[in-house]
Structure formats: C-alpha cells, structure tokens
Design a protein around this ligand. Structure first.
Ligand code: TXA
Ligand code: MG
Length: 317
C-alpha cells in the first residue's frame, strides 16, 4: 500500500465512523459499506441503492473471532469459517442475543449474513474503522454488480461519500451464500466458492433449495410478522391499539412511537424494524392486539417501508 492509499483509508474510516457511505473493493465485487451498527447509516445504503425492498445485507468482518461477536457459530459453521475465510463465502447464522448489528441490516430477521472478505483494502477498512461493515454490492438495485471502481462511479457516484479504488475484483462474482440451520447447510446463492469445495470440507451434501422455495427474505410475507396485527394508513389509534407514527401523525397515547417526527424517510427506515419489535413487545405486555401505522409517503425509501408494512399486515398463513 502506498502512502496515499493509507491516507485515503484513514479518510474512508472516518467517513464510516460518522455514518457515511464508502464503496470498497472486495475480492468478489465492490461493496457499498456502512457501519453495520448504525441504523441510519444502513438506511442510507438502501436509499443510495434505490432498493424497493429491504433485503438483508451481508455484514463484513475481519475474521471468525469478530463474527462471533454478532452471530452464533455451530461446530459446522465454524468448520466452514476456518476453511474458507477470508474468502468468498457468506454464512447465514443466528444473530446472537447481544448482537449490536442494526436490525435494518438484517431486515428484521433473526439471522445475519456474515463474511470475512479476502481483500487487503476491505480488511484495512474494517480494522481502521473498527466497525463491522454492512455492504451490499455497490450498484443501483437491479443492475449488474460492479467489479471496478469505475463501475461504482457510473452507478452510484453522486450518492456516496467516497470510492476506494482497488483495481479489478479478482473473483468477479458475488460470494456463495450458505445458511446453516439445525446443523445442515443450505445453498442460498451460488457464487465465488464452488459448492463442491464446501461439500468436500463438510463431508456432506449442501442442500439445494429449489427455485420456488429459495429464501428470498425480503420477499416473504411471513419473514417478519409481528405477533400483533397491523392496521395500515391509520391516523389515530383505536382502543386496544399501539401506534406507529410518522411525521405529524403522532397518534398520541401511551403506546405510540414515531418513526420520524420530522417526516424524514431515512430516519424512518432506520427505526422501522426496532420500533416494530418494541411495539410488538408493548402489545404483548399490555394486552393490546393491534398496531396501527400512520400513512408513509411512497417516495424514496418510503416504497421499501410501505412494502415491509404491507407484508407485515398481510393475512397470516
Ligand atoms: O460478494 C458478495 O457477497 C458481495 C460483496 C460486497 O460482499 N455482496 C453482495 O451483497 O452481493 P448483496 O446485498 O448484493 O447480496 C446479498 C444477498 C442478498 O440476496 C440477501 O438476500 C442475502 O445476501 N442475505 C443477506 N443476509 C441474509 C440472511 N440473514 N438470510 C438470508 N439471506 C441473506
Ligand atoms: Mg447485489
């Protein structure tokens, strides 16, 4: 690394610590990195990508020890971590009880995708920022993943704070994603590490889930359903309801939380999953059966927020 690289890294680390967005090279593709413990920084990632839904993000860590601060490793998961990290393998594991990772980063799921990238610049950024980094591929939603700094600039240049240029990503395809469940491995996405290599290490088959059953978490209506029912586009709570407010629609009362009193959609997205959980807990504790939610505008991140709310309000199977 040259001196100027080092200087850029320090600047990038400071941006991350302040909640900003930095595109970083990894060996698979470039990622759009933000402090994974900062809800608002994570909300900015979704905003910059223009994602119509909150898909869970991969959290990048330096190594297995760092990942263990946020997720629970079974023996089998640990085996894969030892064999393939740093590298192009993402492991989806249960969030641990003390995980400081933003709930928005994992889209409200109880699992988290974690990966230790094998790239000196990504590694250096994680260490300098001293943070786990939530990073989806650094492209606008629905476009091809970037493998060079120039691709990122074309796609997101005006939306992010900095791009670290590490040349071309050597692997060039995204990481292989494996979920470990009940000590079985499930392939969620083929990628940079061939599944055969994983099977060799495990001495067992990796379960392939067929197309219809593939877990596409953002897409499942049941993926985060609160225990309480949800009523949408409410302007005021009815008796027996907790209230999820937005902007001027406060829904006063003892059981009301406001996603953003100033009507800021980035702040609202940052608060969405944690507030849903809080209200759900309040309902259980106080014997309420329903959460009423204020209308949310559909512009910008509003589309993703509405998408989540509509799914959470959908009839249960
Ligand atoms: O190589 C890569 O994986 C790149 C680099 C930047 O690390 N990242 C990447 O991120 O491709 P993204 O956001 O474009 O794709 C991540 C995928 C999504 O399809 C998401 O649904 C899945 O990972 N994912 C993340 N966390 C998950 C979880 N808890 N459960 C199931 N799937 C998860
Ligand atoms: Mg992507």
């Amino acid at each position: 690394m040259t001196i100027s690289d080092d200087k850029n890294l320090q600047i990038a680390a400071a941006i991350v610590q302040k909640g900003g967005l930095v595109a970083m090279p990894t060996e698979t593709v470039y990622g759009l990195a933000a402090d994974a413990t900062n809800d608002k920084a994570v909300a900015r990632v979704f905003e910059a990508k223009g994602r119509p839904q909150f898909n869970p993000l991969i959290v990048h860590v330096a190594d297995l020890a760092m990942a263990q601060r946020y997720v629970d490793f079974s023996a089998l998961a640990e085996k894969l971590g030892h064999a393939f990290w740093p590298g192009a393998l993402t492991l989806v594991l249960p969030r641990n009880k003390t995980s400081e990772i933003s709930l928005l980063a994992s889209a409200g799921l109880n699992t988290l995708g974690v990966r230790a990238p094998n790239h000196p610049i990504a590694q250096a950024l994680i260490k300098s920022a001293d943070r786990p980094l939530a990073a989806p591929s650094a492209n606008r939603s629905g476009t091809i993943s970037p493998t060079q700094a120039g691709h990122v600039k074309d796609s997101l240049g005006d939306k992010i704070d900095m791009i670290l240029d590490g040349g071309a990503s050597p692997v060039g395809v995204e990481s292989t994603i494996v979920k470990i469940d009940d000590d079985q491995a499930f392939l969620l996405r083929p990628g940079g590490i061939p599944v055969e290599e994983i099977e060799q290490v495990l001495g067992a088959k990796v379960n392939r889930i067929d197309g219809d059953k593939v877990e596409a978490p953002g897409m499942l209506t049941s993926h985060y359903a609160p225990a309480a029912r949800l009523r949408l586009n409410a302007t005021t709570p009815e008796p027996g309801e907790a209230f999820l407010g937005f902007g001027a629609v406060q829904g006063d009362g003892p059981y009301a939380l406001n996603l953003s009193p100033t009507g800021d959609l980035i702040q609202a997205a940052a608060n969405l999953f944690s507030f849903m959980r809080k209200l759900d807990a309040i309902c259980t504790e106080c014997g309420l059966s329903r959460i009423a939610a204020a209308p949310i505008p559909t512009a910008g991140l509003g589309e993703a927020i509405n998408d989540r709310l509509v799914r959470a309000a959908a009839p249960r199977p």
